[in-house]
Design a protein around this ligand. Structure first.
Ligand SMILES: Nc1ncnc2c1ncn2[C@@H]1O[C@H](COP(=O)(O)OP(=O)(O)OP(=O)(O)O)[C@@H](O)[C@H]1O
Ligand SMILES: [Mg+2]
Length: 309
């Protein structure tokens, strides 16, 4: 359970309306319905604050989550807009942003949080740089040590200080729910898994849960939870990691949660096996793990796609 209390003395706008926390949401339905997106865009216009002078909000894209992201034209702020069914998830991101920014590892600071019956709007500072998925393989390799160091810093935050949990039991429950609703996005699955039923994929993972749960108790850290390259920012000139964004899944978890996504998400970027091994070794060396567990990596990499939907 999250124990975070809303920050008392900061002036966040909390308009009353729908009980957002009780809303179930389906990322798939938000994404697949063009009309919903148009409606959400209209809502966004009302939730986005008016900007002074020549500043304007520029649409970045609609991310995988179904939320809509805007960049302020000076790059100093970003706004994420969620429709009412997604507002609870965005509120979770707001709380995590607020908490992590105090640790000064380069994550966004919250500038404003608004919720109303139109949805939610989270405004944060812009983390400088470009998302790491926009880098070439060679540039990513140059940036890789600083990315590994960034995750070491994150994982070194004392878990006792983190009010957010994302333990395997709850993530597996989430996957069970997504699979039960037949809401898995097949595009997120490894091509080798795309012809297997979602139930079979989940059952195969289930046999490992007791072992993974025992391992988890020995290796809990503050994890990003969605450590894919679009959520990692890099200075395009110095090729140094500047920070991490998109913190909705941050919480105390097995550190292999992050390692699996960092490695899995870059697998197709590397130009050859040698680069892939280099990145693998550097990551584990930076994190001080002497005996990488490939089966544990594979477990978390297979579980992740079953948790979106
Ligand atoms: N605070 C920020 N600083 C810099 N860039 C940002 C920031 N917030 C968002 N962006 C940019 O917008 C993109 C989408 O933002 P974000 O990842 O938070 O949204 P999302 O809807 O969760 O997307 P997805 O589900 O695809 O991860 C990022 O990849 C990044 O390019
Ligand atoms: Mg993202």
């Amino acid at each position: 359970m999250d124990q975070f209390q809303n920050p008392g003395d900061r002036a966040y706008t909390q308009r009353s309306g729908t009980d957002f926390l009780s809303c179930a949401f389906s990322k798939k339905s938000v994404r697949s319905n063009h009309k919903d997106r148009m409606n959400l865009n209209n809502q966004a216009l009302t939730l986005l604050p008016t900007l002074p002078g020549r500043l304007e909000w520029q649409l970045v894209n609609q991310g995988e989550s179904g939320d809509i992201v805007y960049r302020r034209s000076d790059g100093q702020a970003f706004a994420k807009i969620a429709s009412p069914p997604r507002a609870a998830a965005l509120e979770s991101e707001f709380l995590r942003c607020e908490w992590l920014s105090a640790w000064q590892i380069g994550s966004p600071e919250v500038l404003d949080w608004v919720k109303s019956d139109l949805g939610g709007c989270l405004i944060t500072t812009g983390v400088p740089g470009i998302p790491a998925d926009e880098l070439s393989a060679d540039s990513l390799m140059t940036a890789w040590p600083s990315i590994a160091t960034k995750f070491r810093q994150l994982h070194q935050i004392p878990v006792s200080k983190c009010p957010f949990e994302r333990k395997l039991s709850s993530v597996f429950d989430l996957a069970t729910d997504v699979v039960g609703r037949n809401a898995v996005n097949i595009d997120f699955l490894d091509p080798a898994d795309q012809n297997t039923s979602f139930d079979q994929l989940l059952d195969a993972l289930k046999t490992e849960v007791p072992l993974r749960t025992r391992q988890e108790t020995q290796d809990l850290v503050v994890c990003h939870g969605d450590a894919c390259m679009p959520n990692i920012m890099v200075d395009p000139v110095t090729l140094q990691c500047t920070g991490i964004i998109d913190l909705g899944r941050l919480g105390v978890a097995d550190r292999y949660t992050d390692l699996a996504l960092l490695l899995g998400n870059t697998r197709e970027t590397w130009l050859n096996d040698q680069q892939e091994s280099q990145a693998f070794e550097l990551l584990f060396k930076t994190l001080g793990i002497s005996n990488p567990d490939r089966e544990r990596l594979a477990f978390y990499l297979r579980l992740d796609p079953l948790t979106w939907g």
